[in-house]
Design a protein around this ligand. Structure first.
Ligand code: RIB
Length: 309
């Protein structure tokens, strides 16, 4: 559904990627140069931007998704899915030259994954495209980004949203070096262990290393830092709180997209005016549902499924 947002709900603009995931589950992940036999092949919609948008829509806020797809079957299917999730697709642009993004995903028996993304049209989302969504960003309660689109486009969104006094949340995935100029304009950053190491040089293995890494990131000017630690939960630093908030113990089937559910859930709760720790507890609970299911978007829970106890 386009352009029919509910005025009572919070409104979040997500700027990011749209992919189709090609998934194979195997007993273990192959080492370089090795061929192994896997299980059944699964093709399903994904992309960090799209997964986070759908998470937000299912968890209770309105979403404007700014993205770029190819003029192909995958792109058409993706657009239909976003519409069926009641996401505003006015700024899901079509690239006539490049194909839609594709992700090759391997999953082991513990549900851990390896992902290679052929970004395709995602990499042609330009600053000019962003300018077309200016009014939606101006009307947003929050802006959420990841790094599967060009970095100069991300920087442009952050500059624009900051100038408009909007709260900007960045999930810095895939891992990349970021300028302090960009970091200073972020309201919150949500890296996983690998991304936190890229940003700080600290190998995040436990509570203490997470605390140190979070402190370094805060020192670069980000108000709120949440380092996601998989089944161990998340380390939170901000709003006067520094703590490890444990995740729920569940049987993991597939971790793909669980980080995206975490980011979406966190953004919804923050946009509703909840505290940092309340938002992380909600995000932990939502991600713990997602990991019990296979696939990225197919595993995203609805708000009524989240058990906060
Ligand atoms: O975070 C999971 C997502 O990363 C997958 O859906 C894949 O498309 C890649 O973008």
């Amino acid at each position: 559904m386009d352009n029919t947002l509910n005025p009572a709900k919070k409104r979040i603009v997500v700027v990011g990627s749209s992919n189709t995931d090609m998934v194979v589950k195997a007993k273990r992940l192959p080492v370089p140069g090795e061929t192994i036999l896997g299980g059944t092949f699964l093709m399903s919609p994904g992309g960090k931007g799209a997964n986070q948008s759908i998470s937000i829509a299912r968890l209770g806020a309105d979403v404007v998704f700014v993205s770029k797809i190819g003029n192909d079957l995958f792109g058409m299917q993706a657009r239909e899915i976003y519409k069926s999730e009641m996401i505003d697709t006015r700024f899901v642009f079509t690239d006539e030259k490049n194909p839609s993004g594709v992700a090759l995903i391997s999953i082991d028996t513990f549900g851990e994954n390896c992902i290679i993304v052929a970004a395709g049209a995602n990499m042609s989302l330009t600053v000019q495209d962003i300018d077309k969504a200016y009014k939606s960003i101006q009307e947003a309660d929050m802006v959420l980004l990841q790094l599967e689109i060009p970095l100069d486009t991300v920087e442009h969104v952050v500059d624009m949203a900051y100038d408009l006094r909007k709260r900007v949340i960045l999930n810095p995935a895939p891992a990349a070096h970021l300028s302090e100029k960009l970091m200073k304009k972020l309201y919150a950053i949500l890296p996983n262990r690998i991304e936190a190491e890229m940003l700080t040089g600290i190998k995040v293995t436990d509570r203490e290393s997470a605390r140190k890494a979070a402190g370094i990131i805060r020192g670069k000017g980000v108000d709120n830092v949440v380092i996601t630690l998989g089944k161990e939960g998340a380390y939170v630093d901000g709003m006067g709180c520094g703590a490890l908030l444990p995740g729920k113990e569940v049987e993991t089937a597939d971790t793909t997209g669980a980080g995206d559910v975490f980011c979406g859930a966190f953004s919804v709760y923050m946009s509703e005016g909840r505290t940092l720790t309340e938002s992380v507890a909600f995000a932990n609970a939502a991600a713990s549902v997602a990991v019990t299911r296979i696939g990225a978007q197919s595993s995203i829970p609805y708000r009524y499924e989240i058990d906060m106890n």
